[in-house]
Write a protein that binds this ligand. Structure first.
Ligand code: 9PG
Length: 521
């Protein structure tokens, strides 16, 4: 254990090699910066009282780092920071993977599970200066890939969800007319199953034809895949059960529950799995797609007994390197649901928050479940804004913005916040169906896509965009944790929400609502 006195980094930041490190805080802190493990995990400045454990537990492996979810002290992945009453902050941030930071009784602790090579950056001072210095140090360890311009993307997810077919997509691509999009991206719904990455019966003319259709409109073709997971019902899982990650007791490691069934994680350190991933990436490129959104990537970094005995994040990073090489540097590579640090330097863009939704916030999810990872616009804005400091390293994707009001309950000012966030991140995407939009909304979308505003940050959550003041404070606060009967009610609902049969009923209801939504198209 290495202990670093305040005097050593008070005036100048410091880099220290140590597997375990601790810093006695010089003053009492008032806030802690928690940095969640993957895209969908919370990043936020919070007070020092423990946060409730987010529910339902069935989603833990899919939303947070399960290895740390029950810790009550403020903690986070790779870095942690405290703020003092005078406004200054103290940051302890790793420069290596497989590291974690916690605050226990006014002592910041950094720990590592990869023995012998952990390295830490320590700095004290003004928040923006400290994070800038940290980024500079990170950039040396995780050199950025040559920065491409972030394309303007239309993605199918946030309107049609899994209810896509080639007829509706082709119609939509035509209806997008000459709107200045660079990429049209098909999301979840084209594949036979999660794990079986072939066109399903709704894409009967095949994936080549889909890419061709997109390219005929003058845009690049984008595709969603979740290459590191498979559902229980997939052919991949049934035929290659030995490819999937198991724990020390030889039990399959859960990668969560989605699409109405359990999902499992590939052991990417197996040579046969790695060869399969390479072939998959080449196949997707051969179909004609060169914008790849790879999703549910956290599964590659779950704890388990791997073929090669590597720390879990190192194993995951190696799988990203393999996929990156196979897809080629000329592809635009967006990682999603990804542990943040292992992806640095290997992708072009990273999703930095949970999914948006056509609702601001659901009381059940935000308050009763205390879950900041379930899709909701407010949660997406909160976590993305708290990860803006990453932007010098790579493109940061705050998820899509909305413009239409037919299928959307966001207030105009809430939609505006999402649009402004996209301008600040300089990553513009939407899923809005032109068929649902008024002439005015279409013009707003066009103006947004054409805009390259002057952005200055004026405070932690305030900005000036071409001279206009934008304040995100209303999106930032976390709900007050439920107490008494509300807490009990939350637990009951969460128990119900962890029952596969209940989740299947919800899925049937969601699918019906979706079918109704798209019936007019
Ligand atoms: C496709 C989608 C979209 C979306 C991704 C990802 O249960 N969850 O917490 C959960 C979070 C995110 C999520 C799905 C489930 O969405 O972020 O853009 O591609 O997958 O299935």
């Amino acid at each position: 254990m290495t202990s670093i006195p305040f005097a050593e980094f008070k005036d100048e930041s410091k880099i220290i090699q140590a597997d375990e490190i601790q810093i006695d805080l010089p003053f009492a802190p008032i806030q802690y910066y928690r940095h969640g493990w993957q895209s969908w995990s919370l990043a936020a400045w919070t007070n020092l009282t423990p946060l409730p454990v987010q529910m339902p537990a069935i989603y833990h492996s899919l939303q947070v780092d399960v290895e740390h979810v029950y810790k009550s002290h403020p903690n986070g992945s790779w870095l942690g920071a405290v703020q003092f009453a005078d406004g200054n902050i103290l940051l302890l941030g790793a420069l290596t993977l497989d590291t974690h930071v916690s605050l226990i009784n006014d002592v910041l602790h950094g720990s590592s599970v990869a023995d012998g090579n952990a390295e830490w950056f320590i700095s004290y001072g003004q928040e923006n200066v400290v994070f800038k210095e940290y980024i500079n140090a990170l950039e040396i360890r995780f050199p950025k890939t040559k920065k491409k311009i972030a394309p303007r993307v239309w993605c199918s997810w946030y309107s049609l969800y899994t209810m896509i077919d080639e007829k509706i997509l082709y119609k939509t691509f035509d209806a997008l007319g000459d709107l200045p999009f660079d990429v049209l991206q098909a999301d979840d719904g084209w594949q036979k199953n999660v794990g079986d990455w072939e066109a399903n019966e709704k894409f009967s003319t095949g994936m080549n034809a889909l890419a061709e259709k997109i390219k005929s409109t003058g845009r690049r073709a984008g595709l969603w895949l979740a290459p590191l997971i498979a559902t229980q019902s997939s052919k991949l899982f049934r035929e290659h059960a030995d490819w999937f990650l198991r724990n020390e007791r030889d039990v399959l490691v859960s990668a969560g529950f989605n699409w109405g069934e359990p999902i499992f994680a590939l052991d990417t350190t197996r040579p046969d799995v790695s060869a399969w991933l390479v072939a998959l990436m080449k196949q997707v490129r051969a179909w004609g797609f060169d914008y790849l959104k790879l999703d549910f990537l956290y599964a590659g970094a779950l704890k388990g007994k791997r073929h090669k005995d590597l720390p879990r994040e190192a194993a995951y990073r190696e799988s990203l390197r393999v996929m990156r090489e196979a897809m080629g540097l000329d592809a635009f590579f967006l990682t999603c649901g990804t542990p943040i640090f292992p992806a640095l330097g290997l992708c072009d863009a990273i999703r930095v928050g949970p999914d948006v939704s056509h609702e601001w916030e659901k009381h059940r999810d935000a308050v009763l479940f205390y879950n900041p990872s379930i899709p909701a616009t407010r949660s997406a804005i909160r976590t993305s804004l708290n990860r803006l400091w990453l932007s010098p390293l790579l493109h940061i994707d705050p998820d899509v913005a909305y413009f239409e009001s037919q299928e959307n309950t966001l207030a105009p000012e809430q939609k505006r916040l999402l649009q402004d966030l996209a301008l600040i991140c300089n990553f513009k995407a939407t899923s809005d169906m032109p068929q649902w939009m008024t002439a005015e909304e279409l013009e707003n979308l066009r103006a947004f896509l054409n805009l390259n505003p002057q952005v200055t940050q004026t405070g932690r959550y305030t900005f000036s965009i071409d001279g206009r003041v934008v304040d995100f404070t209303s999106a930032i606060a976390l709900p007050t944790p439920p107490k008494g009967l509300m807490k009990v009610w939350g637990k009951i609902l969460s128990w119900l929400g962890s029952q596969p049969f209940v989740l299947r009923i919800f899925k049937v209801m969601d699918d019906n609502a979706l079918r109704k939504r798209r019936s007019g198209l």
